[in-house]
Write a protein that binds this ligand. Structure first.
Ligand code: GUN
Length: 281
């Protein structure tokens, strides 16, 4: 069994991204990423801080706009519009989840598709599903980079994605289909899930349940990608895959932490830099 080192791969990619940033700066453009964060959700705070740290490391301009979660929907939409119209920001995202009085659908629709580095706008989702992607959600984009870097053959293979979210499961399935895999999307209501996962050459797990996938759920030699981020009562981070068990069965496996997470942030930066490059054309 080989471990997919997401941290090392992210470092390698970030060095190349830094060169692209330097090139842009030489032409007088600094790629800019604006992140809007409402309220005090602890997980969101960590994610947003990590985005800011990597942006600074690569030489991007970044700003976290911290707002109270009592802000009105209209105020938030006005703020998004002001970032849409400011050419010094190439990427804009609103950290999810949002408080219940704000419509996620309205917020995602308000972000200019060209600046939507999360790829959550319906136009970007539609472009991905019709086969001509512009902005792609970062987590599945990062997983595709892992497959490329580790020479994982996808064409003709049986891929099972557990999780049907717009952020991970659905775009992951479409990217795998575009790479000619045969894809099944499973979720919390799927019957005979273990039988299905045991048939997978490629298994992507984004179900949000601590160490849910066990050795007996995995085919010998399979490629297993763990998108989970679950904290136990001691604050220790675990994936959706029981790493200690599954490492005895899988052919390739991502750890948590140090697997998908670092790649997700790297791809977010890549899309911001690409948006800045596109803005010059
Ligand atoms: N919340 C959890 N993951 C994400 C993400 O990738 N983007 C945003 N905007 N919010 C999130």
């Amino acid at each position: 069994m080989k471990i997919i080192d997401g941290k090392a791969l992210a470092e390698t990619m970030q060095e190349k991204l830094k060169n692209r940033v330097d090139k842009l700066k030489g032409k007088g453009i600094q790629p800019g990423l604006a992140v809007i964060l409402l309220g005090e959700n602890p997980a969101s705070q960590v994610y947003v801080r990590n985005k800011e740290r990597v942006a600074a490391k690569l030489g991007l301009k970044s700003e976290i706009v911290r707002l109270p979660d009592t802000i009105s929907e209209a105020e938030l939409l006005d703020l998004i519009e002001s970032y849409n119209n400011d050419i010094s920001w190439h990427g804009l995202l609103v950290q999810l989840p949002l408080p219940p009085h704000i419509s996620e659908e309205k917020v995602l629709l308000a972000i200019s598709p060209e600046k939507d580095v999360d790829g959550f706008h319906p136009i970007n989702m539609g472009k991905l599903w019709s086969g001509s992607p512009l902005m792609i959600p970062s987590t599945p984009a990062g997983i595709m980079e892992m497959f490329r870097a580790y020479g994982v053959e996808l064409s003709g293979k049986k891929a099972v994605v557990i999780g049907r979210s717009n952020i991970v499961g659905k775009p992951m399935a479409q990217l795998l289909m575009m790479a000619n895999a045969t894809v099944t999307i499973a979720h919390s209501r799927t019957e005979n899930l273990s039988e299905l996962t045991r048939s997978a050459d490629i298994l992507v797990v984004a179900i949000g349940q601590d160490r849910f996938i066990k050795a007996e759920d995995v085919k010998a030699g399979a490629v297993v990608i763990d998108v989970g981020m679950n904290r136990d009562e001691n604050g220790k981070l675990h994936g959706d895959v029981d790493f200690e068990q599954v490492k005895e069965v899988a052919g390739l496996l991502t750890p948590v932490p140090g697997g998908v997470g670092p790649m997700t942030i790297t791809m977010l930066m890549e899309q911001t830099i690409r948006a800045a490059e596109t803005s010059m054309k």
